[in-house]
Design a binder for this molecule. Structure first.
Ligand SMILES: NC(=O)c1ccc[n+]([C@@H]2O[C@H](COP(=O)([O-])OP(=O)(O)OC[C@H]3O[C@@H](n4cnc5c(N)ncnc54)[C@H](O)[C@@H]3O)[C@@H](O)[C@H]2O)c1
Length: 353
């Protein structure tokens, strides 16, 4: 049956993947994105290329330049349209950027999310609502796990931590960054719309979400930015932890598949960690080496012996809860194929430029 779907942040990495995916299935997809990524990160963060790509390749996609902070505009949209599914991806997504713009960050991440939840409750209360949260809601609590230092990466020291960080990690009394705090506010309010109002709300706490459609910049989208800098002969700075900090990376397609599985069998107010898991984990040093090999050239990178405030040392998403609730979901894109696809895509973009 054809569904009507709203995707916020539809020109961004996850939003655009969701638009393309649900459009291919024949659903009607409304996207809102005001290209605010450009406001946050300047020209390299501009997402118009991605909007144009979607316009050329989709069949049932309608875009509006709406700002999720604009309650009146959301009210108009939700009055005109009943939605079966809302995929909320619009955000100020950077940990470090938030310190320069704390009020804007909170307005977009926390208030913007509340605006959408409330509009959904008022006008499409039966809809499934998926909120893209972040592992930064755990602040630096994951850094309290005992670690051991290996030649190229940090690793959990205890066997019981092998699968990574679960949803039971605490989210308060830790150092979040203002971004982590604004997303934690949104994460809690989204859970409340599930638990208190019994709406079909699901919260996905992302590890490193990645893919070719990322408009990668220094402050957000590390693999995308790393690929870009390597191919163009740019520079890169690694901050602290001997470059051995570990991230788990998930392709935007696998993110959207998790959203799709939740939408088919929603569990009100449920929270899931969503990343690439152990198999798709990589340290900075390892990522640089892999990308250099694929790009066929060296990256000019330097090391600064000071970590980003609150940065995770070793973060691997424990995917066991997600897999047990949604057995049809799994990681389908291994890290090496993600990197190959990103390098190829960037090469093609550069040759067109
Ligand atoms: N990429 C990651 O590594 C990662 C990790 C964890 C969580 N997340 C979360 O996943 C979601 C999607 O991330 P992404 O990587 O696709 O980010 P992205 O920056 O690529 O996409 C977000 C989009 O939202 C738009 N936007 C921003 N503010 C807006 C506003 N006020 N109104 C309308 N549109 C607005 C931007 O222009 C951008 O196109 C975000 O909520 C982010 O916090 C991402």
């Amino acid at each position: 049956m054809q569904k009507t779907i709203l995707v916020t942040g539809s020109s961004g990495l996850i939003g655009s993947e969701a638009v393309a995916h649900f459009d291919r299935q024949g659903h009607r997809v409304f996207g809102i994105d005001n290209n605010m990524r450009r406001v946050f990160f300047g020209a390299p963060g501009d997402t118009l290329w991605n909007l144009n790509r979607l316009r050329e390749t989709t069949r049932h996609f309608t875009h509006a330049n709406t700002d999720i902070r604009d309650r009146a505009a959301l009210e108009d949209l939700f009055r005109a349209q009943r939605f079966d599914l809302v995929v909320h991806c619009a955000a100020q997504p950077s940990h470090d950027k938030a310190r320069d713009i704390p009020i804007l960050d909170f307005e977009v991440n926390a208030l913007g999310t509340l605006n959408l939840l409330e509009a959904t409750r008022q006008h499409s209360p039966e809809a499934v609502f998926v909120f893209l949260s972040t592992n930064k809601v755990y602040g630096d609590a994951p850094n309290e796990l005992p670690l051991k230092e290996l030649p190229t990466r940090w690793e959990y020291a205890r066997p019981e931590d092998y699968e990574g960080i679960s949803e039971n990690c605490r989210i308060d009394r830790t150092l979040h960054s203002l971004f982590g705090a604004s997303k934690a506010a949104a994460d809690l309010v989204a859970q409340e719309y599930g638990r208190y109002f019994k709406m079909n709300v699901g919260v996905f706490r992302g590890g490193c979400l990645t893919g070719p459609q990322h408009s990668g910049v220094e402050l957000h989208g590390f693999l995308s930015y790393l690929v870009k800098q390597t191919l163009t002969g740019g520079s890169y700075t690694v901050f602290g932890y001997q470059g051995k900090q570990v991230r788990d990376n998930i392709h935007s397609h696998d993110v959207v598949r998790a959203i799709e599985e939740f939408a088919a069998n929603p569990r009100p107010g449920e929270v899931y960690n969503l990343g690439g898991g152990r198999a798709n984990s990589v340290s900075m040093l390892e990522a640089i080496e892999k990308i250099e090999a694929l790009a066929g050239r060296k990256l000019a990178w330097k090391y600064v012996d000071e970590n980003r405030i609150g940065d995770h040392i070793c973060y691997i998403s424990d995917l066991r809860k997600l897999k047990s609730h949604f057995p049809k979901w799994s990681i389908t894109r291994p890290l090496d194929s993600i990197l190959e696809e990103m390098v190829e895509f960037q090469r093609a973009q550069l040759s067109r430029a």
